[in-house]
Ligand binder design. Structure first.
Ligand SMILES: Nc1nc2c(ncn2[C@@H]2O[C@H](COP(=O)(O)OP(=O)(O)OP(=O)(O)O)[C@@H](O)[C@H]2O)c(=O)[nH]1
Ligand SMILES: [Mg+2]
Length: 403
């Protein structure tokens, strides 16, 4: 949805806060200019908030924090700010020689670089603090640069199906102007022609002839389109990487009618095709269909999507944990082997994983350097001296820094 604050147009993408819907947040991260993280003063900083904040910081997405529900009994601000380093209030040196406007400019500059994350307090019910937040969005978050006359560049962050099961792609335009009837290349093999455009503007989506840099809208006609596709020129920063750890759960999807297995397979494959975050696999022996999940509630969404988009009723078996290659992210083991580390079997506790083992002291700095890459930024390393070991071959040297 889109609204105006003075002369600034804000395109707002609302995502669910429940951890089961992490995938919905993942899909939009690459198209954000800034974020407003809503924290409840009653519930305090929940695990989900930490995951989101850590990711927003890692991706350097400018973020404002609003502590909501301060009207409620039991609301305690300090619960939210005191006990979490990641949620530290904006800190600016309070030198008396600096003017307010200078400080404000500093705050805006540092917020835009995602160095600080200003914290607001308010209540959506009473409206307290809302005006300050709105001013903060206008003044502190960056306005997207975007040249409507430049080369066409946009990113698809959501795909849904319309009443006639036609694909509708949600796109955020970064540059250029896309017009109805424009032909597009999608990835290497796909192509398509835009047959309809609707742009989010002042509270609603209106059909129009074109969509330009800075706008968010819906595109019709792109039958091959997938979430994450570039429209026109891919953004230089697009890496295709995943931001959150992949789902750790999976379940078997059972069609309402036994004969419906083929149709269900097709439907799930179509869903997975348009959305890389939906993972489907078929068990070769028992021919059962598995989907991976972030949590139980996601089953309801899959069930509803299959019913509304494909007319297929399904039930689910009990959810199980995926153990496959789970430990420290793909690519971790080759890295550890190269560092001459000897890992023991990983211990999985809920969504976290503990990997213990031995590593030569000389490899520790490189391990620390590569850890974010092989654990999607989620991992931490604790090292302690264990033993000396005889050296084979040339005696290793370590650079000594000048005193
Ligand atoms: N007392 C009080 N209740 C609030 C306030 N803001 C929201 N609520 C209530 O909190 C509940 C959840 O509000 P939502 O707006 O659905 O919250 P949300 O963060 O969008 O939730 P998800 O989309 O499910 O993640 C509703 O019952 C609201 O009425 C507030 O400032 N004060
Ligand atoms: Mg909501």
């Amino acid at each position: 949805m889109s609204f105006a604050i003075d002369d600034v147009t804000v395109n707002l993408i609302d995502t669910p806060g429940h951890p089961d819907f992490l995938a919905e947040v993942e899909r939009v991260l690459s198209v954000l200019d800034g974020a407003v993280l809503v924290v409840s003063a009653v519930e305090g900083v929940q695990a989900q908030i930490r995951v989101l904040m850590r990711t927003l910081r890692r991706l350097r997405i400018p973020t404002l924090i609003i502590v909501n529900k301060i009207d409620r009994g039991g609301a305690r601000y300090e619960r939210v700010t005191d006990h979490d380093d990641a949620l530290l209030a904006a800190y600016v040196d309070d030198e008396t020689s600096l003017s307010d406007s200078h400080l404000h400019a500093q705050l805006a500059a540092q917020t835009r670089r995602a160095l600080v994350h200003p914290v607001f307090f308010g209540s959506a019910i009473t409206g307290a603090g809302v005006a300050a937040l709105i001013t903060g969005i206008r003044d502190l978050l960056p306005a997207a640069p975007g040249d409507a006359d430049g080369p066409v560049s946009g990113t698809v962050f959501k795909v849904e199906r319309g009443p006639a099961r036609e694909k509708i792609a949600y796109v955020r335009m970064f540059s250029g102007t896309l017009r109805a009837r424009d032909r597009l290349r999608l990835r290497r093999d796909g192509a398509g022609k835009v047959t309809g455009i609707s742009v989010f503007d002042r509270g609603s989506a209106a059909a129009g002839p074109s969509i330009a840099a800075g706008q968010i809208g819906k595109l019709w006609g792109l039958t091959d389109v997938q979430v994450g596709d570039a429209i026109g020129i891919p953004r230089a920063t697009a890496t295709g990487e995943r931001y959150f750890a992949p789902p750790t759960l999976e379940t078997i999807v059972v069609p309402g009618r036994p004969a419906g297995k083929g149709a269900l397979h097709t439907a799930l494959t179509l869903l997975a095709e348009q959305d890389p975050l939906i993972n489907v696999r078929q068990d070769d022996i028992r021919q059962e269909l598995f989907v991976s999940l972030y949590g139980e509630v996601q089953k309801e969404v899959i069930q509803a999507t299959l019913a509304s988009d494909f007319g297929i009723d399904v039930t689910f078996r009990e959810t199980t944990t995926i153990y496959l290659e789970r430990p420290v992210g793909a690519g971790a083991l080759p890295v550890l082997a190269r560092l001459r580390a000897v890992p023991r079997a990983p211990a999985i506790r809920g969504s976290s994983c503990l990997l213990e083992g031995e590593i030569p002291a000389a490899s520790v700095p490189e391990l620390e350097q590569r850890l974010p890459g092989i654990t999607r930024g989620e991992g931490t390393a604790d090292c302690a001296f264990d033993h000396y070991q005889p050296v084979n071959g040339a005696i290793p040297t370590r650079p000594v820094s000048a005193p």
